[in-house]
Design a protein around this ligand. Sequence first.
Ligand code: GDP
Length: 331
Amino acid sequence: MKPRLSTDEYAAGIAAGDRVILAKAISLAESSLPDDQEQASDLIAKLPLSKKSIRIGITGVPGVGKSTFIEAFGKYITSLNKKLAVLTIDPSSQLTKGSILGDKTRMEELSKNPLAFIRPTASGNTLGGTAGRTRESIFLCESAGYDVILIETVGVGQSETSVKNVVDFFLLLMLAGAGDELQGIKKGIMEMADTVLITKADGDNLKRAREAQADYQHALNLFSETTSGWKPKVLICSALTNTGIREVWQTIELFRDQLMQNGHLASQRNEQRITAFHELFELQLKSELTKFPELQKKAEQLERQVAEQNLSPHKASTELLNLYREAIKKS
Ligand code: GDP
C-alpha cells in the first residue's frame, strides 16, 4: 500500500492545481473511514478561502441530454479561459451497483481538456450526507482554482434537494413535447429551477421546443416571486448544433451579477453554510450511536416496534435518546 499523503502534501498539490492530488483529496472527503474524514476536515481547514466561483446545479431525467449539454457548455466555458469542474452525483450507483448515468464514456472530449476536471461521485449511502460531501468536493475544486463548478444529478431522486443547498444557480433540463408535462420530474424540482433549459432544439424538434419554451415560461410565471428577485427563465438549446449554449452562460452571469448586487448570493451561501452545519451535526450525532453496539441493537428493536405499530415514533426516539444519555454517563 502506498503511504498516505500528508495534509500538507494535499494542500500544496491542490494549491498548485494538481488534478491527481485533487481527485485523491475528493476521495478522502468522500471516504467514510473516520481517519480519512478527520484528515479531510483538517485539509479543508488548512486551505485558504478561494477566489469567487460560481456553483451551478444541473439536473434532468436520463436521456434529456445532460452529458451532451455539459460537453458543449464546457467547451464554451473553457474557450473563455475559465477552469471548469464537473462533479457528477449518481444516486443509483449505491443501490444497484450499476448506474443511471451509464457505463458509456460521458463527456469524452471535455475530459481531455486541460481546463476541465470531471469527477463522478457516488452519492453515498446516506442521503443526508450528499450535501455535506458535495460541499467539501466543491471547496476542494475551488481551492484548486476552478472558476465554474457544475454539479450534475439525475432528476429522479431526492438528491436534487440537497444539491440545491450547495449551489448558487439551479438549471433544470427538460425535453419538449415529451407528453407528460413534468416528465416524471417532481413539481418541487421545477420550482427550484433558476432556469429551465429545453434541450435538443434542432431539426423537427425546434418548433416544439419553442412552444414548450412558451408553455414552461407561462408555468414558471405562476410561481410566486422568489426572495432573490430573480425571475426564472426558460431557454432552448441544441448541443448538437451548438446553439443557445452561450445564452445559458449569459443568463448565469446575469443571475450572478443581479444577486451579487442585491446581496442575495452572499446571504444564500451563508444560509447554505448554516444548513450544512446542522446537517453535519445531525449526522455526527447519529454516528455517535455506532460507538455503542448495544444501542444499535436497541435501535433496530425499536424500529421493529415502530413498524409493527406497537410504539409511536416519538416514544421510540425518546427512549433511544435516554438510553444514549445513560450510555454516555457510564462511559
Ligand atoms: P443524459 O442521459 O441526460 O446525459 O443524456 P445524453 O447527453 O446522453 O443524451 C441522450 C441522447 O440524446 C443521446 O443519444 C444524444 O445524442 C441525444 N442528444 C443530446 N443532445 C442533443 C441535441 O442537442 N440534439 C439532438 N438532436 N440530440 C441530442
